[in-house]
Design a protein around this ligand. Structure first.
Ligand code: CP
Ligand code: NVA
Length: 304
């Protein structure tokens, strides 16, 4: 059977609903399953820092009976002395899967194309599929279903937003990307997600007006205004994004049971106020925990 990657959410479009169910099942059965990935090694390459992605993948494969190998990309020959292609070929001869956090999605794609073992994105400049999976698990747990529910993403139309657009469209969750005109999500992804949503009877919309967008929202979601590798100065980001901050005023416009989400790391006082981030409607630490269960579902599906 041909190997499969998870570099974009749509790489596993067909499996996505099953991955959500499996994440929830593995969460319920934590500590009870045997070791389905015994003897399997996951290489984890990081070009950027990480707390959640690194720990969740390491704990996930360990609990499934396998082993993770952490590699700081700056300590590899790759990119300075050895090609990406040769690195992918060598790793494919030794391990069973690769988790890669990269700056450039083109390098990520090349890695996936050459490697003969599954390549799972731990984020690049275009997408963060594993985050989107954990987020969908969290929404299912908190709201019960996706159909007829509305998520508003506020702030920078970045990698996290792009993957959420695809994931929402696949699951039939309505999503509004509410971002400044100069920082909208990737146009191709927005269009692709809208097409999937159309076929599903749900909506993918764009807005620049937070107060209008947040009406009837069931989920408010935000992420940092300055992603890793983005050189926008803080003062400029504050000017561009201030009106998109999730605060109690914006939250009061949404539905009463609205949940607040953030992939973390968060910057209190910038994209979200401390009051909301640490308030009763925030589910950010459930999201963080769900990275572990979602990672298990992905690893089990691709490496078993
Ligand atoms: N949300 C997320 O991917 O966090 P890390 O950067 O800590 O991995
Ligand atoms: N958009 C953020 C996500 C961090 C998990 C970044 O790329 O830095």
């Amino acid at each position: 059977m041909a190997k499969k990657d998870l570099i974009s959410v749509v790489d596993m479009k067909e499996e996505w609903p099953g991955l959500i169910d499996l994440s929830i099942k593995l969460k319920k059965e934590r500590g009870k399953h045997n070791a389905p990935l015994k003897g399997k090694t996951l290489i984890m390459i990081f070009e950027k820092p990480s707390t959640r992605t690194r720990i969740s993948f390491d704990v996930a494969i360990t609990e499934l009976g396998g082993h993770a190998l952490y590699i700081d990309a700056s300590k590899l020959h790759m990119g300075h002395g050895e090609t990406v292609e040769d690195t992918a070929k060598v790793m494919s001869r030794m391990a069973h899967g690769i988790m890669y956090r990269a700056y450039d999605y083109k390098v990520m794609d090349k890695f996936g194309e050459i490697a003969t073992i599954p390549v799972i994105s731990g984020l690049d400049n275009l997408e963060h599929p594993c985050q989107a999976l954990a987020d969908m698990v969290t929404i299912r747990e908190k709201l019960g279903s996706f159909r007829g529910k509305k998520m508003v993403y506020l702030g920078d139309g970045n990698n996290v937003c792009n993957s959420l657009l695809y994931a929402s469209a696949i699951m039939g969750l309505d999503m509004v990307a509410c971002c400044p005109a100069t920082r909208m999500p990737n146009a191709e992804i927005m269009l692709g997600a809208a097409r999937i949503a159309d076929a599903n009877g749900s909506k993918i919309l764009a807005s620049h007006d937070p107060k209008e967008a947040c009406k009837d929202a069931d989920v408010l979601y935000t992420d940092t205004w300055i992603s890793m590798g983005d050189e926008t100065p803080v003062e400029k980001a504050v000017k561009i994004f201030s009106m998109y901050q999730i605060n109690s005023e914006l939250l009061s416009i949404a539905n009463p049971g609205c949940i607040v989400m953030h992939c973390l790391p968060a910057h209190r006082g910038f994209e979200i106020t401390a009051e909301v981030m640490d308030g009763p409607q925030s589910v950010v630490f459930d999201q963080a925990e769900n990275r572990l269960h979602a990672q298990k579902a992905v690893l089990y599906t691709l490496l078993k």
